[in-house]
Ligand binder design. Sequence first.
Ligand code: FES
Ligand code: FES
Length: 155
Amino acid sequence: MQYSRVEKEFFFRLNGEEVRVRAPPGYTLLEVLRHILHLTGTKDGCSSGDCGACTVLLDGRAVHSCLTLISQVEGREVTTVEAVDEKVADAYARHGAVQCGYCTPGFVVATAYLLSKMHNPSDAEIREWLRGNLCRCTGYVKILKAVESLAGDDG
Ligand code: FES
Ligand code: FES
């Protein structure tokens, strides 16, 4: 895609730190994270809001960073997979819910969001909350097991 060469400065909080970046206003948050800040844990699966690989938290709410313009992030708080509670990623690893791993950061962030809203989700609630995240490898069973293992966890 062609962007205007005009850049603007944007300020936001990223994983607890204040960040100032210069970027074309048409850049998405995903592009800024990956291409300007070189924070590559957040993945680009489809660039169109269909796969969930780019999921981050914006003011604590899960969003697709590929559909979020950097101008919408000004003054707000972004949390990426790099700053999500490690126990979520650990549960995915422990349950063999990672194969190629490309979808995993998005699932981990979406799971953290689910657990921030619902301490002990049912199987149906886990499926509903994660339905925006696609995985081409695992068949989802191990992903569900990983999330179920975290449900009701006070640790
Ligand atoms: S890369 Fe954003 S939803 Fe697929
Ligand atoms: S582990 Fe490969 S896409 Fe999910």
